[in-house]
Write a protein that binds this ligand. Structure first.
Ligand code: TXA
Ligand code: MG
Length: 337
């Protein structure tokens, strides 16, 4: 699965030429471009069909590159980076003055992360060795490599399905370990506590253990002007095309019967061993990390299987399941749109 170094050299050459390269991270696949090159960034927005005021995450080879992109970095942010980088954590920090507007969506902040996938790290260090991008700045801007609002890709085939020829090269690193997007923590508000903008694999409890402070909850992830600060916080996101409903375990049978009475073909996404007469079904492990790993591939399969309705068995409340619950809620809200 890990490509030969010739592929990495080609990827670096393409990035430096302002082209798009998709690559695996431990969370989901990213659609990468030189974060210092506005023309390359415009290609990301065009390929995804993403509105230009949605900021991008810049991927770095290591925390040593933070100062190229951010300023006034609080000690707690550095501590968190030390604890979890490389890993599924994005920090929102005050941006350096010369970070292109396209990266920040016009905001004064920038999202930064060091991914843990060996191939992402190999790409980032090859890029750094080759002198990085425009002006010698070394960062690869990469949103999830899906069309705007759709299910994030967790293997290379999903990327090709989503973006086809819009991407010059797809580096294939197999299926993503984590399976849902990184935890985003906002450290950009001087004098205010850190804030969790997107729940993920790294939980508020783990963050508190690392910095001695629990991040504020994601509420109010829109700023006063109503600018969408986190596109994953929009109502319909991570969504299949098929309509989708979240159903409590005890109500599944009734929901399936009701749908069949209406002549609708149902796909079931379950985690308990229920046996129901649905058109198609996918069962995921009843454990949050394993569930997250399989979630997007399962949604894609159910989306493709000719269902009129996807019924997803609800997941437990509580911090361990919070990131999965967040993605399921948004998928259900956006589905069929
Ligand atoms: O796991 C991940 O984070 C993946 C992989 C590829 O690294 N990337 C990812 O990117 O999920 P994307 O663009 O699909 O989602 C990034 C989120 C968006 O919701 C964006 O609004 C938010 O991060 N974001 C980026 N920069 C930000 C900033 N300066 N302030 C607030 N939110 C920001
Ligand atoms: Mg995304």
């Amino acid at each position: 699965m890990i490509p030969a170094s010739a592929d990495l050299e080609e990827a670096v050459r393409l990035l430096q030429a302002g082209e798009l390269v998709a690559f695996p991270t431990e969370t989901v696949y990213g659609l990468g471009a030189d974060a210092a090159n506005p023309a390359a960034l415009a290609r990301i927005f065009a390929a995804k069909g993403r509105p230009a005021d949605h900021p991008l995450i810049v991927h770095l080879p290591g925390a040593g590159h933070l100062e190229q992109w951010a300023r006034d970095i609080p000690p707690a942010a550095r501590k968190l980076a030390e604890a979890f980088w490389p890993g599924p954590l994005t920090l929102i920090l005050a941006r350096s003055p010369d970070v292109p507007r396209a990266v920040t969506g016009g905001q004064e902040t920038v999202g930064l992360r060091v991914p843990a996938h060996p191939l992402a790290l190999a790409l980032l260090s090859a890029y750094a060795r080759a002198g990085g991008g425009r002006g010698g700045r070394c960062g690869i801007a990469a949103p999830s490599a899906n069309r705007f609002g759709r299910i994030s890709p967790t293997d290379a085939a999903h990327v090709r399905e989503e973006l086809g020829d819009a991407v010059a090269l797809v580096l294939d690193g197999g299926a993503c370990e984590v399976g849902i997007e990184s935890t985003i923590v906002d450290f950009s508000r001087p004098g205010l506590p850190p804030r969790l903008l997107r729940p993920g694999h790294i939980t508020p409890g783990q963050i508190e253990d690392a910095i001695g402070e629990r991040p504020e909850s994601p509420d109010g992830a829109r700023d006063a002007a109503g600018t969408p600060r986190v596109s994953g916080s929009l109502r319909g996101h991570y969504a299949p095309r098929t309509a989708m409903r979240l159903v409590a375990s005890g109500d599944l049978l009734r929901a399936v019967e009701q749908a069949s009475a209406q002549g609708r073909r149902c796909g079931l996404l379950s985690r308990s061993p229920v046996q129901l007469p649905t058109h198609s079904r996918r069962r995921l492990p009843d454990e949050p990390q394993a569930y997250a790993r399989g979630l997007y591939a399962a949604l894609r399969e159910l989306d493709r299987a000719g269902n009129d309705l996807i019924l997803a068995e609800d997941v437990p409340t509580g911090p361990d399941w919070a990131a999965v619950a967040d993605r399921l809620r948004r998928a259900a809200r956006g589905a069929g749109a």
